[in-house]
Design a protein around this ligand. Structure first.
Ligand code: ZN
Length: 459
């Protein structure tokens, strides 16, 4: 394995740092899948991508080198850059997810108890619940009103905003709590966000709650019943950080999997003319099984390919199927990095991702004997080795830890359902799924380089 830092010239090191500055900016602005969706579409438009729904409505035709995007319910985005070759020959696809573990507000979130007002939450994705206690949190969301309008809410990250928190028990009174396993430190239903403590003057019962409703009415024009058609996410407060004395790392919320989403996106946008058609899938709901209309199990990407073929005057059901089956895909998701503090769970003998050793490939993921894994084909891996060697990409292989220690999945197996070649590849993280995750800037940079070479040269 090669340490990427040892290979960089001063100029390259500067490129690594500059690229990561833009990545840090993306993380700071894209703290929910909806905000990532907006950011991605704005950026793509600047590179000539057009909304495919407008192409359809205006009965326009598409031709090679045209670029289109599809916005799936403001939570997922698919980009297609049409190449010179017929689409039925297959696409080069990079896929990543833009949802991250967090706390969501319940449908009836607001309650008052003992003179304090709270929001009740339900966590999303695999978290260690105790990590979310006693730290500043921000609130993002949309409230959809009966008149068809949507109110955007973001509280916490703007200058002068208040923040929120879930309290933890003081050690002095925690003798019972400290005997529990970490999973029981706090029960899911006790993850209540404290939001206010001033009572409304004219109320006797639930006066603090009444005051909260007055504030919400004044600031956003929303009533208590509007929470039923709202979606609120609680995320760690603050911006993404450059980390380490040597600035070699990024410490931030949401790097799983926005690190792969951002690098896939930039790799897609920086392409010149292409031979094979390229696609980027930046999708929602991976953390809860890729289900729902905006997750990878949804058919929107397949439908989009059909629409593109139709707009090129070349549609048939068979061509859509051929296009998918003849595709090559990189399922770009984070992998666990070797952490010297927890070395006993690492896969031994160079089978674990290491910080600074480049993009990490996982032939298989899954758990208990590769269960649930897309076990990628060596013929395909050989093809990729050649592409990365020619593009001077630093890469490594990785599995998700020691055998039978746990495991996990990605969107790879869903793409593989179409019969295409797929492999998992991503950036290795420490503290994955924690409120703040750690990555190596070299790995972020190498990921972008690898995805770009794949999009251009895989055939
Ligand atoms: Zn994850």
């Amino acid at each position: 394995m090669t340490n990427a830092w040892k290979t960089y010239s001063e100029q390259e090191k500067k490129e690594v740092m500059d690229f990561n500055d833009s990545y840090i900016d993306f993380l700071s602005k894209g703290k929910t899948e909806r905000l990532c969706n907006q950011y991605i579409i704005e950026l793509a438009k600047g590179f000539g991508y057009r909304n495919i729904n407008e192409v359809i409505e205006n009965h326009e035709t598409l031709k090679p080198q045209d670029k289109v995007y599809f916005n799936m319910m403001n939570k997922s985005v698919a980009l297609i850059h049409i190449g010179n070759e017929p689409i039925e020959k297959g696409l080069n696809i990079v896929g990543a997810h833009i949802d991250s573990p967090r706390l969501d507000l319940k449908q009836h979130p607001l309650f008052e108890t003992d003179g304090l007002a709270f929001f009740d939450t339900h966590y999303y994705g695999g978290i260690k619940k105790y990590q979310w206690l006693a730290m500043p949190l921000s609130l993002y969301g949309v409230v959809c009103l009966k008149d068809g309008t949507t109110v955007d809410v973001c509280i916490g990250d703007q200058e002068g905003d208040p923040v929120f928190c879930i309290t933890d028990l003081l050690p002095h009174l925690a003798s019972d709590q400290m005997k529990k396993g970490a999973g029981e430190f706090i029960e899911g239903d006790n993850m209540d966000l404290i939001i206010a403590s001033i009572p409304a003057n004219d109320e006797e019962k639930d006066a603090v709650k009444k005051n909260v409703l007055n504030i919400l009415k004044e600031m956003y024009g929303i009533e208590e019943e509007d929470f039923v058609s709202a979606e609120f996410e609680i995320v760690p407060f603050g911006k993404a950080h450059s980390a380490g004395l040597d600035h070699s790392m990024v410490l931030a919320y949401g790097q799983d999997d926005r690190v792969c989403a951002y690098t896939s996106l930039v790799a897609m946008l920086e392409q010149g003319d292409l031979d094979r058609t390229a696609a980027a899938l930046l999708v929602d709901k991976e953390e809860i099984g890729s289900v729902g209309a905006t997750g990878m199990h949804s058919r929107f990407f397949e439908n989009m390919i059909a629409e593109v073929l139709e707009a090129m005057g070349d549609y048939s059901d068979l061509k859509v199927r051929r296009a998918l089956q003849n595709s090559y895909a990189l399922s770009n998701d984070v992998v666990a990095a070797h952490d010297p503090n927890y070395a006993s769970v690492s896969s031994p003998h160079e089978n674990m991702g290491q910080f600074g050793h480049g993009l990490a490939f996982a032939k298989y993921t899954g758990s208990r004997g590769k269960s649930g894994s897309n076990d990628s084909n060596p013929e395909y891996i050989a093809k990729l080795r050649k592409i990365f060697e020619e593009a001077n990409v630093i890469w490594q292989t990785s599995e998700l830890g020691r055998v039978d220690q746990g495991g996990g999945g990605t969107i790879a197996y869903i793409l593989a359902n179409y019969g295409m070649q797929v492999i998992d590849s991503g950036v290795a993280l420490q503290s994955m799924h924690a409120p703040f995750e750690l990555s190596s800037k070299a790995d972020v940079y190498e990921a972008k380089k690898a995805y770009s070479a794949f999009i251009k040269n895989c055939k």
